[in-house]
Design a protein. Structure first.
Length: 643
């Protein structure tokens, strides 16, 4: 694959110079910015629990940039909701995105048990920064930001309210705005093995040369399409037909153990195998062969099949030719299949295989960022990177030091793997910083939430049922006709009569809320201590962003170790395997994310705790434009200027 040469423009602006007040800031009209969200990034957790040797660039960035003492996310601190706040400069009580899975507006059209994804652009009631910038004539790239797509509200049949689309359609049609979003569904990554999908002698292949070695094959489907793999002599040929001429090749190599330094990322993966997708799109799938025995035994990984959505179909071909297929996450689901994990006596090979999928994600996202920044030459480039969230959902529970029953030795071994993963997060930051520095641009780094160790589940809907506030039918599903409140499960919403299938008239709402709060306060864990530690009702125009038309009536925090579940069960809580998670109150310090910036004349300042809604106004101020419509956060740019 052809790579564009690394630009060395302005290479003289080395690290130390960027925070010097002597550096002249470019005129606002010619300023550029990269605005990136690192999912689940939290400075305190990174500093305390990741091997510092794995994240030198991240630590240097925190030291050299101007950083708030964390940024308060959305409550609940969930990815879709907090990102909506980050991009729009206003919390979910205004922007309409209140959870990852949520009941859409308007009330009359959707009951409390009808939910949609909060990642869909159609949930967004407020303008994201990429639309605001394009509307103001700026050149913009939106590289896999959440809620990237056509705005406009949901209609009950699945269509959209076109009024909101008309508002933004000029910006979206502008050739100055390039939006690309690979998080559009598709099929999951998969690990194929000889025990689950045995190979058999190959037949009917063309263009594979003389059969001088024993050849085995397997076939399976990716989405609706068949795929064929031919194993021979230490490699596999994989194609959509049994034709070596159109197949991609992958060489067998054991799991990568070498340090990242001095080698390409994901170096043992195949080139992408391309699949046509509806609407003229395409998806590229990668393969990795960890084991191939002379008798046809094998272990073959296949990445997910995901097509990029874009507003610029004429641009995407160039992007995809450079980048390859979209890989938006590490494949944590394959760790189940790749061998016993460390906590169950594994030797670490399952984790090493998983980490290679994290390398693939990192490489693909970095390629896309580089292409977009250099070829599209935008004033503003919005970026997203999931990996820290993936890693710490899997592993933070074992290394946090708070979970009973995890041995120090298990924690140490897992944290070696986790730090190896964080080294990729570090690499991604270094890549973005290099792009920004080479163009005299501002780099703004934020995120969506922190992470907490969990080992219990709490079932608020069970609490509501036990209190007579929620009823279930014979199939165990919520019966809204006999239900007065529902937990989503991060907050509880009264089933008002103004809603579809609502039961509670306005005059009874306060009484139901009081009953909900009493029931939550009464919830006890197996040791008899309260599970719910904090309860809050939204205020009008709530400054924490709770409540609002799409939000709930009662918000609550949980005792250490507990996480929210919507399930209705026999017990109000059960134990679970340790993990990391988020979604807790935004006022809890461990749910804070980062908000830092570095660039010409910006760096070195320590700011008090900020809010994720301050990020978009800060970026807007740097670019000399007005913030997104509805933005309520305020610019931190002046406070971030180097002094
Ligand atoms: Zn997240």
């Amino acid at each position: 694959m052809t790579r564009y040469p690394i630009m060395v423009l302005l290479a003289g602006l080395a690290a130390g110079c960027t925070s010097s007040p002597a550096v002249r800031q470019p005129e606002a009209s010619s300023r550029r910015a990269i605005f990136v969200s690192f999912d689940a990034m939290n400075q305190d957790r990174a500093r305390r629990t990741v091997d510092p040797a794995a994240i030198p660039n991240l630590l240097a960035f925190f030291d050299q940039a101007s950083c708030a003492d964390g940024a308060r996310p959305m409550w609940p601190s969930l990815t879709a909701a907090s990102h909506a706040a980050l991009w729009t400069g206003t919390y979910g009580n205004v922007n309409g995105v209140v959870a990852n899975t949520m009941t859409p507006l308007p009330w009359a059209d959707f009951s409390l048990t009808e939910t949609q994804s909060g990642f869909d652009a159609r949930q967004l009631e407020s303008e994201p920064i990429w639309i605001a910038a394009a509307r103001q004539g700026r050149r913009v790239v939106d590289h896999h930001g959440t809620q990237t797509g056509y705005p406009g509200h949901w209609l009950p049949g699945g269509g959209r309210d076109t009024a909101a689309m008309r508002r933004d359609s000029a910006a979206i049609a502008s050739p100055e705005l390039f939006m690309v979003n690979g998080y559009t569904g598709g099929s999951d990554p998969r690990l194929l093995t000889s025990s689950r999908n045995p190979s058999h002698p190959a037949q009917g292949w063309t263009n594979v040369g003389p059969p001088d070695v024993e050849m085995w094959e397997v076939s399976w489907t990716i989405g609706r399409d068949s795929v064929f793999a031919l194993f021979r002599g230490g490699e596999a040929l994989i194609g959509r037909t049994r034709d070596g001429a159109t197949a991609v090749r992958v060489r067998m190599a054991p799991p990568e153990q070498a340090p990242l330094e001095g080698r390409p990322l994901a170096r043992y993966f195949s080139d992408p195998l391309w699949f046509p997708e509806p609407g003229g799109r395409r998806s590229g799938v990668y393969f990795r062969l960890w084991r191939l025995d002379p008798d046809g035994g094998y272990e073959l990984y296949q990445s997910g099949r995901n097509a990029n959505w874009t507003n610029q179909p004429q641009v995407i071909a160039g992007y995809e030719s450079f980048v390859g297929g979209f890989v938006g996450n590490s494949a944590w689901t394959i760790m189940r299949d790749a061998g016993p994990p460390i906590e169950r006596g594994g030797d670490g090979s399952a984790e090493l295989k998983y980490l290679e999928t994290a390398e693939l994600e990192t490489r693909q996202m970095m390629r896309g960022s580089e292409w977009a920044w250099k070829i599209r030459n935008p004033d503003l480039q919005v970026e997203y990177f999931s990996l820290a969230d993936d890693l710490d959902h899997s592993w933070f529970g074992f290394v946090a030091g708070t979970v009973p029953g995890v041995s120090a030795e298990t924690a140490r071994k897992i944290n070696l793997m986790r730090s190896r993963g964080w080294a990729l997060v570090d690499r991604r930051l270094a890549g973005l910083r290099e792009l920004a520095r080479g163009s005299n641009a501002l780099l703004v780094v934020s995120g969506d939430h922190g992470m907490r160790a969990i080992w219990w589940l709490f079932y608020p809907n069970t609490v509501l049922r036990n209190a007579g506030l929620l009823a279930v039918d014979g199939n165990g599903r919520i019966d809204l006709s006999r239900t007065r409140a529902v937990a989503n499960p991060y907050f509880i919403t009264v089933n008002r009569t103004g809603r579809k299938a609502g039961t509670v008239p306005p005059g009874q709402v306060d009484r139901v809320v009081d009953s909900v709060i009493a029931a939550l306060r009464g919830a006890r864990g197996p040791d008899g201590t309260p599970i719910v530690t904090e309860i809050r009702r939204p205020e009008p125009n709530d400054t924490l962003g709770i409540g609002g038309p799409a939000g709930g009536d009662v918000y609550f925090g949980l005792a250490p170790g507990y996480y929210y579940s919507a399930a209705i069960t026999d017990s109000v809580s059960t134990g679970r395997t340790p993990a990391g998670n988020h979604g807790f109150p935004s006022i809890d310090p461990d749910m804070r994310t980062v908000l830092c910036a570095i660039g010409p004349g910006v760096g070195g300042q320590r700011l008090p705790t900020a809010r994720v809604i301050d990020a978009a106004p800060t970026v807007s101020a740097w670019l000399g434009m007005t913030p997104p419509l509805n933005a309520r956060g305020r610019s931190l740019l002046e406070a971030m200027r180097a002094r």
